[in-house]
Design a protein around this ligand. Structure first.
Ligand SMILES: [Fe+2]
Ligand SMILES: [Fe+2]
Length: 133
């Protein structure tokens, strides 16, 4: 189980609150899996997490294009790679592999902390120079 860590704050309010929600949804998935509340609860938590992740990436990509972020392509590729990875896992879960949510949780958790601490932090520093906080 993970929790929101202040070191992950990047200083752009909208993105910080989305990251916080993202981590809450990973926790939520963890709860759903460990409390054995059944497949539909896990499935719901999983779909919600993946859906929110997509929405969050859209938010960042919109900000990057709006402010002509120079590292847009690289950053977008990192988002895309994660979504492809998670999309493949989600497909296997829908096909009946019940252990998949654990893989997605671990994947997203590790990925999110790494990505937020590096790529998102860089993006936020750039946005700050454009007056976006
Ligand atoms: Fe990002
Ligand atoms: Fe992010």
């Amino acid at each position: 189980m993970i929790s929101w860590d202040k070191t992950a704050i990047i200083n752009v309010a909208e993105l910080d609150s989305q990251h916080q929600r993202l981590i809450a949804l990973v926790d939520n998935l963890h709860q759903a899996m460990t409390s054995s509340r059944g497949k539909s609860v896990v499935s719901h938590a999983l779909e919600e997490l993946v859906g929110f992740t997509r929405m969050h990436f859209d938010t960042e990509e919109t900000l990057m294009t709006r402010h002509a972020y120079p590292d847009y392509e690289q950053h977008r590729k990192e988002h895309e790679a994660l979504l492809e990875d998670v999309g493949r896992l989600l497909q296997r879960f829908r096909e009946g592999d019940v252990l998949i949510p654990f893989a997605i949780e671990l994947d997203l958790e590790a990925w999110a902390f790494r990505h937020i601490a590096t790529s998102d932090k860089q993006l936020a520093a750039f946005l700050n120079t454009k007056g976006v906080f």
